[in-house]
Design a protein around this ligand. Structure first.
Ligand SMILES: [Zn+2]
Length: 283
């Protein structure tokens, strides 16, 4: 576990996202939860030494950020309003036979915790549209809607500590997942993140970084856009664009333990951007 401020901790070595937490004199505020059930229980024990958990915010609806909610029963979950529907839609994936089968191969220690009666799904119930400020003890936590990587994407900003948790709007020096993103909103949100008064950025994946990385993150998205715009300019239908040599636009390897989700990632990115660019052209 990484201590990145007097009251701020993150863990970049779980399978999945970087779950984090903030300690206050009135309990703990969590940001995302480990996706693997056994990791979530381990995380709970680590956090318990810092005080009782008061809130959990989900920065986005991907499984590696929300699957762990269940292992914090009774804890109120915060999310952007779009998270409600996305969480409901994700429950079959979270609890279904397919996950059980893959867990037998990838994480047998977690199997006994899957669909455990003590750990039912725990969806976000405290919802906000643009911004929600939560005061907990001596900290005020700002949850800000920054759509991009996903529509309900949320940044968690701590002005007092000059830290922001961006979820997957930032992939720090690991491959950027753009498989469902709106790239233009993402670029705008990166500008907004850049305007915050912060020294440290905790990304969804990869090492904590600072604002200087945001330009590079934006460039990767712009270069992907440019490459797919080029396919469209050349008159390629999507099927043919997918047969082209892969654009060499992201210099980074797949992040810590993300290989399981990396199948056909370039194809999913090209398909998403191709559709987004085509739809935008018709508006
Ligand atoms: Zn994600």
């Amino acid at each position: 576990m990484r201590r990145i401020g007097e009251n701020i901790y993150t863990e970049i070595y779980f399978w999945g996202c970087n779950p984090s937490f903030i300690t206050t004199n009135d309990g703990v505020f969590m940001i995302d939860a480990p996706q693997q059930p056994i990791d979530a229980l381990r995380w709970r024990e680590v956090i318990a030494t810092h005080g009782p958990v008061r809130y959990l915010v989900n920065t986005e609806p991907h499984g590696d950020h929300i699957n762990g909610n269940a292992y914090f029963p009774g804890i109120e979950v915060i999310g952007q309003v779009g998270m409600k529907e996305r969480y409901e839609r994700a429950i079959p994936q979270m609890t279904g036979a397919e996950r059980l089968e893959s867990m037998k191969q990838t994480d047998p220690d977690s199997i006994w915790l899957l669909n455990h009666p003590s750990y039912p799904p725990n969806p976000p119930t405290r919802l906000f549209t643009e911004e929600l400020n939560v005061t907990l003890g001596d900290q005020t936590v700002h949850c800000i809607h920054h759509p991009g990587h996903t529509p309900p994407q949320t940044s968690v900003y701590l002005p007092k500590e000059q830290v922001v948790f961006t979820g997957d709007n930032v992939f720090c020096r690991v491959k950027t997942f753009i498989q469902e993103a709106n790239p233009w909103e993402w670029l705008e949100s990166l500008d907004k993140i850049s305007a915050l008064d912060v020294e440290v950025i905790v990304p969804g994946h990869g090492e904590p970084c600072d604002k200087s990385y945001l330009k590079e993150q934006a460039q990767i998205i712009q270069d992907w856009l440019g490459a797919v715009e080029d396919f469209i300019r050349r008159g390629l239908i999507l099927e043919d664009a997918l047969k082209e040599p892969r654009p060499n636009v992201d210099p980074y390897p797949i992040g810590q333990r993300l290989f399981a989700n990396s199948d056909n990632l370039d194809q999913r990115i090209i398909t998403n951007l191709y559709n987004q660019i085509s739809t935008r052209g018709k508006q």
